[in-house]
Design a protein around this ligand. Structure first.
Ligand code: H2B
Length: 105
């Protein structure tokens, strides 16, 4: 059972995830990725899926052609836990510098 992060814990953790947006209402963090084409986007999703299985922690996500939107929350904790922060960091680690990253906001 993952422990829900306290607000100050959450805010500190998010400092290491500058590309992720915190959604207060839905108590999740999310990020949109844009790739060259569907093939690159789907390859990314396949790698994220393997990370999620290894972590035992899974994203809520959607894909439209070359765009992948990922939201992370811990359903068991009813909000953000360290598992979300860790998985977001692992997902960021998959990105080659060459991937277009839309500006935040
Ligand atoms: C039994 C299994 O480990 C749990 O149901 C895991 C699976 N993946 C999960 N993923 C997410 N995002 N939140 C959870 O609470 C969660 N629980």
């Amino acid at each position: 059972m993952a422990k829900k992060l306290l607000p100050q814990e959450r805010d500190q953790a998010l400092q290491s995830l500058p590309e992720w947006r915190h959604d207060e209402a839905d108590q999740c963090i999310s990020r949109e990725f844009r790739f060259r084409d569907f093939s690159q986007a789907f390859g990314f999703m396949a790698r994220v899926a393997l990370l999620a299985e290894k972590a035992g922690h899974h994203p809520d996500w959607s894909n439209s052609y070359n765009r992948v939107r990922i939201s992370l929350t811990t359903h068991d904790a009813g909000g953000l836990s360290q598992k979300d922060v860790d998985l977001a960091g692992s997902i960021d680690g998959l990105l080659p510098a060459s991937v277009e990253i839309p500006s935040a906001g």
